[in-house]
Write a protein that binds this ligand. Structure first.
Ligand SMILES: *[C@@H]1O[C@H](CO)[C@@H](O)[C@H](O)[C@H]1NC(C)=O
Ligand SMILES: *[C@@H]1O[C@H](CO)[C@@H](O)[C@H](O)[C@H]1NC(C)=O
Ligand SMILES: *[C@@H]1O[C@H](CO)[C@@H](O)[C@H](O)[C@H]1NC(C)=O
Ligand SMILES: *[C@@H]1O[C@H](CO)[C@@H](O)[C@H](O)[C@H]1NC(C)=O
Ligand SMILES: *[C@@H]1O[C@H](CO)[C@@H](O)[C@H](O)[C@H]1NC(C)=O
Ligand SMILES: *[C@@H]1O[C@H](CO)[C@@H](O)[C@H](O)[C@H]1NC(C)=O
Ligand SMILES: *[C@@H]1O[C@H](CO)[C@@H](O)[C@H](O)[C@H]1NC(C)=O
Ligand SMILES: *[C@@H]1O[C@H](CO)[C@@H](O)[C@H](O)[C@H]1NC(C)=O
Ligand SMILES: *[C@@H]1O[C@H](CO)[C@@H](O)[C@H](O)[C@H]1NC(C)=O
Ligand SMILES: *[C@@H]1O[C@H](CO)[C@@H](O)[C@H](O)[C@H]1NC(C)=O
Ligand SMILES: [Ca+2]
Length: 390
């Protein structure tokens, strides 16, 4: 009992960290190098070590880019292009957040580039590769996101590096990626709220959106929640994180649209009480992005699975569904939402069903179980905190 009280107190202290503001300086590259004179007709300006971009350190070939007829960027502003040997980095000060989530935009390499190499995004503990997909939106550029655990104490510097990365698939690559609008924010530890066993079931805790972008944020496949930009969930295929300012979102400010077609989706794994009955409810919809067709959504909870279907005419309809199941063992149970639909919008963008407001309720013992759920996530958090401080 005393250990439980101690854990609760420590946990309360640990969870009072507030979500932090954006942590990178000049992440949109709108503060230019000195004496820069790129124009729409000459949009590339080679950086030199004596004239870098404010707030960033670079190595290798890096060009400052201005948008124009041949260079498409969000916000018609400025960006940078990494050469094949190019990298940039910035050090930010950890603010005590539980995790960090980075949003960034990739654009096609400008003149003389057929395809651009991949982008590697690195922190001291993690590196991930990203590619320009160019099939999930109207624009030539697209935004992606990545989460990474905060493994240091408040006040400790963390280096974030973006590096051009050759791909084996295409040895003829001549250019590095164009990068724009980096937004980095801290997020609080996962919480379980009364009445819902799932973490982030309303999908509100995710990457920062670009204020004026109608394109959403692509979340690439990730198998570990410690690297997921969508708190609590892993991703299969590619899903698009969509905002209520530009899409039909069933609940709150954000939801996901499964865009990569068949077998794309999201999953959360949690410990359930063996023998108990649970009710899993969610909303399926379309994003009001002209995505038409019969959506088939496979929902799996442990060994119970069901297909749910919905006819979409792409005008922002929503429908609620629910499914009862019994937890048949006490090991962690995976709850997953998987699309069996390959759909395209009127503009031939790949698109699919929207998921939101996922609620998992226990049919009895709710209070006890929610408490143990919170305790469980706190213990996981504490173990993490302790292991990183040793
Ligand atoms: C844009 O690209 C086209 C061909 O790719 C070229 O002919 C034209 O001069 C370019 N325009 C500018 C402003 O660079
Ligand atoms: C810059 O890149 C070169 C090779 O591309 C590497 O040898 C060197 O260590 C890098 N410098 C820094 C400061 O990262
Ligand atoms: C990143 O930038 C800092 C300056 O802010 C520099 O001192 C450091 O060497 C750079 N780190 C890497 C890995 O390039
Ligand atoms: C593209 O190629 C043309 C012709 O070779 C050259 O004049 C121009 O500088 C190149 N542009 C860039 C950005 O390298
Ligand atoms: C690379 O370029 C060469 C010469 O243009 C071409 O023969 C070859 O097929 C290209 N390879 C790939 C993978 O595109
Ligand atoms: C968003 O769009 C508005 C209106 O076009 C503009 O005034 C504002 O500067 C834009 N904000 C950003 C961050 O691009
Ligand atoms: C499951 O939850 C949904 C949404 O709260 C509700 O409409 C439905 O009646 C519940 N089903 C059962 C069997 O309790
Ligand atoms: C759901 O539909 C998919 C694709 O049509 C099918 O492969 C799968 O067996 C179905 N699952 C269930 C539980 O009916
Ligand atoms: C699309 O579906 C909604 C709701 O199901 C309906 O109100 C609307 O009339 C439909 N629009 C078209 C063009 O079929
Ligand atoms: C769908 O978008 C159109 C504008 O593109 C808007 O008029 C309409 O209200 C939206 N529908 C929903 C359900 O949000
Ligand atoms: Ca939501």
């Amino acid at each position: 009992m005393s250990i439980q009280i101690l854990v609760s107190l420590l946990c309360a202290a640990a969870t009072t960290v507030l979500a932090s503001d954006l942590l990178l300086k000049n992440g949109d590259f709108e503060s230019p190098p000195r004496n820069v004179s790129p124009t729409a007709t000459n949009p590339y300006f080679l950086l030199t070590q004596s004239n870098p971009i404010p707030a960033w350190t670079f190595n290798g070939t890096v060009q400052y880019v201005t948008s124009g007829p041949n260079v498409s960027l969000p916000g018609d502003g400025h960006a940078i292009q990494l050469g094949l040997d190019g990298s940039i980095n910035q050090t930010f000060i950890a603010d005590g957040a539980y995790m960090y989530v980075l949003t960034f935009t990739l654009a096609p390499g400008g003149e003389n580039c057929s395809t651009a190499s991949a982008l590697a995004v690195s922190t001291p503990d993690d590196t991930a590769q990203f590619y320009l997909e160019q099939r999930y939106g109207k624009e030539a550029w697209e935004s992606h996101a990545r989460g990474f655990m905060n493994l240091v104490r408040k006040g400790v510097p963390v280096n974030l590096e973006l590096k051009s990365q050759p791909t084996e698939a295409d040895p003829n690559i001549t250019c590095g990626p164009v990068i724009d609008t980096l937004l980095l924010k801290g997020v609080d530890p996962p919480r379980v709220y009364s009445g819902n066993e799932l973490i982030n079931g309303d999908l509100e805790i995710g990457p920062e959106f670009l204020i004026n972008s109608t394109e959403g944020i692509l979340l690439d496949a990730v198998t570990d929640t410690a690297q997921s930009a969508l708190q609590g969930w892993t991703v299969m295929g590619t899903v698009k994180y969509i905002d209520s300012n530009h899409y039909k979102v069933p609940q709150g400010k954000a939801a996901i649209e499964i865009v990569s077609g068949s077998l794309g989706g999201i999953q959360q794994t949690l410990v359930l009480q063996k023998g108990w009955t649970y009710n899993l409810s969610f909303v399926m919809g379309d994003a009001n992005d002209t995505c038409m067709g019969d959506f088939i959504l496979g929902v799996q909870a442990g060994s119970t699975s069901n297909n749910f279907t919905m006819q979409s005419n792409g005008t922002g309809s929503t429908q609620s569904f629910s499914m009862k199941f019994k937890a048949d063992h006490s090991e962690p149970t995976a709850i997953s939402f998987i699309s069996y639909t390959d759909s395209q919008s009127r503009d031939l963008e790949f698109c699919g069903p929207v998921i939101d407001n996922v609620v998992l309720g226990a049919s009895y013992g709710t209070r006890l179980e929610v408490y143990s759920g919170i305790l469980y996530s706190c213990i996981v958090f504490l173990v993490m905190v302790l292991s990183k401080t040793m």
